[in-house]
Write a protein that binds this ligand. Structure first.
Ligand code: NAD
Length: 505
């Protein structure tokens, strides 16, 4: 077969997924579009483009389902969530190849970080729904107040589901990002219309099969796919959607906050980050380098919480730059299906070009390339990237100043910058100097000092000598990294409204 006859056949053969609305499958009213594997640049499937009518039907189905679902007992909701967790794990082998291909994640990340983590979120919130007496949803008594005519008013602050929640998510960990919203939203008695990222929505659509198989009530979970400007904006504009839970960039988050304000949406916004990893004089460099290394190795740096700005005490600067360069040089970049690969591609050609634009811009502003670089630079030898696929070499830039664009804007790719500081005052000032405030890190042998330093960092999280997460800890951003918190019991609170119930005694 000739190359020309092969190409159209390959395109024609990919399956077209369908929308999941009210427990049934339907084609997108707006047609479909190809979903591309970032490592092969070939389509892996076609995703439906939802029309305005599809979105309206999904919202109407969620609204209708809310009446029944919000009145189910915690035990009934927990049983559904538990079945979903079981089925997800049982179908892991079904999901992993699809999720791997549409995200371009390495097989290691796709296997460990998608289905098991998503299943764990359903499991966690099944438990949350089952334990209302000890959970964040339990009614809280408030102080009785005396009446002028005698007697008292007593009250409780009860938590009620918000209603229909539109979950709009980013591309980096599609099913995990969605499960992190869906599981607590359903556990708290809400119903959901999900709008996954257009680059990789196929796994999220497939989640509909799991809900079907679990016998979940139709309409409690709906998936509509398409562009942010059409499908996402339609959800935000709908007066029948009570809340938008959004994970994505700060730019889109601002837009959602403005548009959602017109119908007074409840908002949970999980936005961009520009994490500072502060390396103090007495830091254990192994801990620091391994944590910072995740900014390259964990899904090619497409991580909102990564320590992409390494702020180093001047006494350790050269040592840190050398250690990070050695770490980056040892990373295997390439075919995500190879078990040895640590760094795969980024999501699209457009995003690769954007990341490379940041690197080129930094060099033009005076930064020094320690390793990696754009395709143009590494054509000189280090490292060799595959010809096909949207790869960016793990890149380390030194001689960066806090005012450079590369030190202020989120790159969302495998790029780390090093900035020296003289003392703690300067470290804090630099760490706090961006519009973001999502996740910072402190590396020091003195944990009491790190704890005190954390109080001065305007950020939602501070990791002390670690990049490991605690899934029960509140998750969210200060400043323009977001609004609200989820994670653990905070997730249940995020998807509930407080209602005061008052009586006279
Ligand atoms: P993005 O903002 O481009 O898109 C996110 C989602 O918003 C997509 O589903 C998109 O279609 C939709 N969207 C776009 N315009 C919209 C509009 N006008 N109305 C409604 N929806 C719209 O983000 P991305 O490129 O998919 O993901 C990368 C970003 O996500 C980074 O900034 C990263 O930091 C952030 N992120 C944050 C967290 C967190 O928890 N804070 C987690 C993961 C990713």
């Amino acid at each position: 077969m000739t190359a020309t006859s092969e190409a159209p056949t390959a395109v024609a053969e990919v399956p077209t997924a369908r929308l999941f609305v009210n427990g049934a499958w339907r084609e997108g009213g707006g047609g479909s579009y190809p979903v591309v594997d970032p490592s092969t640049e070939q389509p892996v499937g076609r995703a439906p483009e939802a029309s305005a009518d599809d979105v309206a039907d999904a919202v109407a189905a969620a609204r209708e389902a809310f009446e029944g679902w919000s009145r189910t007992s915690p035990a009934q909701r927990a049983a559904v969530l538990d079945r979903i967790a079981d089925l997800l794990l049982a179908r892991n082998d079904d999901f992993v190849p699809l999720l791997q291909a549409e995200t371009g994640a390495t097989i290691r990340v796709a296997s460990a970080m998608q289905v098991p983590v998503a299943a764990e979120r359903f499991r966690r919130y099944a438990r949350g729904a089952l334990e209302p007496a000890v959970s964040a949803l339990a009614p809280q008594p408030v102080a009785a107040t005396p009446l002028a005519a005698g007697g008292l008013t007593s009250a409780v602050a009860a938590r009620r589901p918000v209603g229909v929640v539109g979950c709009i998510t980013s591309y980096n960990f599609p099913i995990v990002n969605l499960a992190g919203k869906l599981a607590p939203a359903l556990a708290a008695g809400n119903t959901v219309v999900a709008k996954p990222a257009p680059q990789d929505p196929l796994g999220c659509l497939k989640l509909g099969e799991v809900f079907e198989e679990a016998g979940a009530p139709p309409g409690i979970f709906n998936v509509v796919t398409g562009s942010g400007a059409a499908t996402g904006a339609a959800l935000v504009a709908s007066p029948d959607v009570d809340m938008i839970s959004f994970t994505g960039s700060t730019a889109v988050g601002r837009r959602i906050a403005a548009d959602g304000g017109l119908t007074m949406k409840r908002l949970l916004l999980e936005l961009g980050g520009k994490g500072a990893g502060i390396v103090l004089e007495d830091a254990d460099l192994r801990a620091a380098v391994s944590a910072v290394g995740s900014a390259w190795s964990f899904h090619s740096g497409q991580i909102c919480t990564a320590p992409t700005r390494v702020l180093v005490h001047e006494s350790r600067h050269d040592e840190v730059v050398a250690a990070l360069a050695a770490y980056a040089a040892a990373l295997t970049v390439g075919d995500p299906l190879s078990p040895d690969t640590v760094v795969g591609p980024v999501i699209t050609a457009q995003h690769r070009d954007r990341v490379e634009g940041y690197i080129a811009g930094a060099l033009a502003e005076g930064a020094r390339l320690v390793c990696g670089g754009t395709r143009k630079e590494h054509a000189d030898g280090f490292p060799v990237l595959p010809d096909t696929g949207f790869y960016v070499a793990p890149t380390l830039l030194a001689d960066v100043t806090p005012t450079m664009t590369i030190a202020r804007e989120e790159v969302f790719g495998p790029v780390v910058v090093v900035i020296p500081f003289r003392d703690e005052e300067e470290a804090v000032a630099i760490a706090n100097s961006t519009e973001f405030g999502l996740y910072d890190y402190v590396f020091t042998a003195d944990t009491a000092r790190a704890y005190a330093l954390a109080a001065r960092l305007r950020t939602g999280h501070v990791g002390i000598n670690t990049a490991q997460r605690n899934m029960e800890a509140p998750f969210g951003g200060f400043k323009q990294s977001g609004v609200g918190r989820d994670g653990g019991s905070y997730g249940l609170q995020a998807y509930s409204e407080v209602q005061a119930v008052i009586w006279q005694s």
